[in-house]
Design a protein around this ligand. Structure first.
Ligand SMILES: [Zn+2]
Ligand SMILES: [Zn+2]
Ligand SMILES: [Zn+2]
Length: 83
């Protein structure tokens, strides 16, 4: 199974990773993995792997805050308590 290597921001308070871009693919060199360069393009086997393994996250930036999704969730939760 191939792995994507991504660069992004690490939100330190919640630990979430915000991907900016996929910078590289770590090839597993398997002919039975559709993501590999070794996979034959004419292969139609349904048994071949066609998903990526867990991505490798490379922190290029670290912010001592919660991510946008977590802040939105907190705002929603606070709104519910107020009403
Ligand atoms: Zn692979
Ligand atoms: Zn195949
Ligand atoms: Zn978060």
């Amino acid at each position: 199974m191939c792995q994507q290597i991504s660069e992004g921001t690490r939100w330190a308070k919640c630990g979430h990773f915000q991907r900016h871009m996929v910078v590289a693919i770590l090839d597993c060199n398997s002919q039975r993995c559709t993501k590999s360069v070794y996979h034959p393009s004419n292969c139609r086997l349904p048994t071949c792997v066609n998903i990526f393994n867990t991505e490798i996250q490379r922190d290029v930036d670290r912010v001592d805050e919660y991510c946008f999704a977590c802040r939105a969730a907190q705002a929603r939760a606070a709104g519910v308590r107020l009403t």
